[in-house]
Design a protein around this ligand. Structure first.
Ligand code: FAD
Length: 295
């Protein structure tokens, strides 16, 4: 597999899709249907999240391994530090390497049960994602990505300290970053400017989640750690009782956001798919993509 850090630098803008490891056979069928439907778009890479509270954790390695062996896709595994000793983390990273995985997204993860609960470090584990980046770097030849937060991380007291910690995390050995979902392109551009002002040139890929129903809109606030932009929320409220209109508006809004980001030179767009392909394919069709060099 190619290094994603290299792809984001040399073949920008990249396009990629994020999946989660399903817990049931039905979920597995839906995931593989989505993977096959998206594979034909030739994304730059795909990623598989790491289960928050155990249970699905082995499934991440299984799914990524299967993508690597059965498809043409470049697959990246997310890895979190929750409830893992450093020895377990090294073991997991070794399994990934043995499965031919060269790309990892190093995120700290949230405490199981309550994402905003106090982070309790494993007695022999890491405190921050930056430590996980170093551990991965010491364990093998990986391209390592990290998480970025346009609205600052919900735990951070202010944007400036959040940006400083982000830059330190990059300097620990990250090749690229992917953002939490956001809905206002200016929030992304402000993050990029703050990071550049601290002398950090790690490419920051935009994480995009098309809203397809009112409940995702509500959930997005919880996930992104920021209120949904009020003017946009008002547009959704006006059509709230018409599911098809909500969906159309969500696709239109995500397409506009992606186009503004592309026009502003974003190095990549990472679609959060929730293991469905339709919304992502619709947004994709709406975009005017730069012609790849040589292609
Ligand atoms: P960190 O970078 O460690 O930051 C956590 C907090 O500590 C921040 O407030 C930061 O500013 C602060 N901080 C950092 N360093 C220091 C320091 N030295 N001193 C003081 N404060 C510091 N979760 C999952 O469970 N599974 C996944 O697969 C997953 N994938 C994700 C993918 C993306 C693209 C994103 C954006 C998030 C993902 N998450 C996932 C969620 C993530 O685990 C949580 O948001 C988590 O709370 C933060 O992870 P982090 O890696 O940013 O942590």
């Amino acid at each position: 597999d190619p290094s994603i850090g290299q792809l984001v630098r040399d073949s920008a803008p990249t396009f990629s899709f994020e999946f989660f490891p399903p817990k049931t056979e039905q979920g597995d069928r839906l995931l593989w249907q989505a993977i096959r439907e998206l594979e034909v778009l030739h994304p730059s890479f795909v990623s598989v999240t790491y289960g928050a509270g155990g249970g699905t954790r082995d499934r991440t390695v299984d799914v990524v391994e299967r993508i690597a062996t059965e498809t043409t896709l470049t697959a990246m595994a997310h890895l979190t530090a929750v409830n893992h000793s450093n020895a377990e983390l090294r073991n997991l990273v070794g399994r990934m390497a043995a499965a031919g995985i060269r790309n990892l997204l190093a995120v700290r993860g949230d405490p199981p049960g309550n994402p905003m609960g106090e982070w309790v470090k494993h007695p022999e584990g890491v405190s921050y994602a930056a430590d996980l980046v170093r551990l991965i770097r010491e364990s093998g030849d990986f391209s390592v990505g990290v998480a970025a937060f346009p609205y600052k991380h919900p735990r951070s007291s202010d944007v400036d300290s959040d940006t400083r910690h982000f830059v330190r995390k990059c300097r620990a050995g990250a090749d690229f970053a992917i953002t939490q979902m956001f809905f206002d392109a200016d929030d992304y551009f402000r993050l990029r400017d703050r990071v550049a002002a601290l002398g950090c040139d790690v490419p920051i890929v935009a994480g995009i989640m098309p809203v397809t129903k009112m409940s995702t809109l509500e959930r997005s606030e919880q996930l992104s750690g920021a209120p949904f932009p009020p003017a946009l929320a008002a547009q959704f409220e006006r059509v709230a009782d018409d599911p098809e209109a909500v969906r159309r508006l969500g696709i239109e809004q995500a397409s506009e956001l992606c186009q503004t980001l592309l026009d502003g030179g974003v190095p990549g767009i990472h679609f959060i798919t929730f293991n469905r392909s339709t919304a992502t394919r619709e947004v994709w069709r709406n975009l005017t993509l730069p012609t790849p060099v040589g292609g």
